[in-house]
Design a protein around this ligand. Structure first.
Ligand code: NAD
Length: 294
């Protein structure tokens, strides 16, 4: 952690118009969060169905707020109007900050980021919501790597307050400050961290999951471990949390962590994460993980 995020807030203009690439779970969440806190955002995908899903999710979350009387129906309409779905780059020239949230594949991300860089103004800030790919390596294909840094949201975006702002080797102070400021505009709590496997949160979380998996291998019952951790005071136990994260996502992130920190994280042979993936038990996303979801 470099400095308190507050130290960055005065150096830049606020983001007046943002864009998110990818209208999936995370991109849709980012669009909703930005729009509901007042910042217009373009939401680009390559797939019309994905755009519609992203909008449907935003609609659902806003409707809930109307039902709870937190916002009026008019405010809901205004928030929805701030999300501009698009399949093409059309109006990206006046976008101040973009969040790339396409699939977690280094080749796809590098291609999308390079393409995006050609569409935005020279001083636009480009960020990536990658969970596991090095920000420094993603910057290598860019002409203006100083304008690029990580902006790592957590799932579900509308509920998780923290955003990791990741400083790549070439990220400028302006890029970091603008990203910190935008996270605050969205009502989030940004922290600035260096670029390393797992950034900060997953460096803490994945060894914890490793401890949980070790307990299961020694015969513990996952439901009991969950209950114990809830009694300890955590909002949910590790099995339930893995179901929320997705067992495929968790396996992938665990592999990245094991590669980055082999002395602490590497394990020989299969773990329950491998077995559950082989059995297609991916967690809440397909209704079966440690628990079954109806
Ligand atoms: P997702 O599969 O739900 O969505 C990805 C979207 O990207 C899809 O709608 C797809 O059509 C779109 N896409 C693919 N190529 C594109 C392109 N060239 N241009 C525009 N859109 C394109 O994925 P997700 O879970 O939302 O994850 C997105 C990113 O966020 C990944 O990098 C992931 O690691 C990261 N992330 C995910 C989570 C999580 O829990 N799901 C948490 C934090 C960060």
């Amino acid at each position: 952690v470099k400095k308190k995020a507050g130290a960055y807030e005065k150096q830049v203009n606020p983001t007046k118009k943002a864009a998110v690439l990818g209208a999936g779970i995370m991109g849709g969440g980012v669009a909703y969060q930005s729009a509901s806190k007042g910042t217009p955002i373009m939401m680009k995908d390559i797939n019309e169905d994905a755009l519609q899903l992203g909008l449907k999710e935003a609609n659902k979350l806003l409707s809930k707020q109307v039902q709870r009387k937190k916002i009026t129906a008019d405010q809901m309409g205004e928030a929805l109007a701030r999300i501009r779905p698009t399949l093409s780059y059309g109006d990206f020239k006046d976008v101040d900050l973009t969040v790339e949230a396409v699939v977690e594949n280094p080749k796809v991300k590098s291609a999308v980021l390079a393409e995006l860089e050609d569409q935005v103004a020279e001083d636009a800030i480009i960020t990536s919501n990658t969970s596991t790919i090095s920000i420094t390596s993603l910057a290598k294909n860019l002409k203006r790597p100083e304008n690029f840094c990580g902006m790592h949201f957590f799932n579900p975006v509308h509920r998780m307050p923290l955003v990791e702002v990741i400083r790549g080797e070439k990220s400028s102070e302006t890029a970091i400050a603008a990203t910190v400021a935008y996270a605050k505009q969205m009502g989030k709590t940004p922290i600035v961290v260096n670029d390393c496997p797992g950034f900060l949160v997953n460096r803490v979380l994945f060894p914890y999951f490793g401890g949980f998996i070790g307990l299961l291998e020694h015969g513990a019952d996952f439901k009991q471990v969950d209950k114990v951790m809830e009694k300890f005071g955590w909002p949910m136990g590790p099995a339930y949390l893995l179901d929320v994260v997705g067992l495929d996502t968790a396996l992938h992130a665990n592999e990245v962590m094991a590669e980055g920190f082999p002395e602490r994280m590497k394990r020989d042979g299969k773990t329950i994460l491998n077995v559950m993936n082989e059995e297609g038990r991916l967690g809440q996303k397909n209704d079966t993980g440690f628990y079954r979801y109806e």
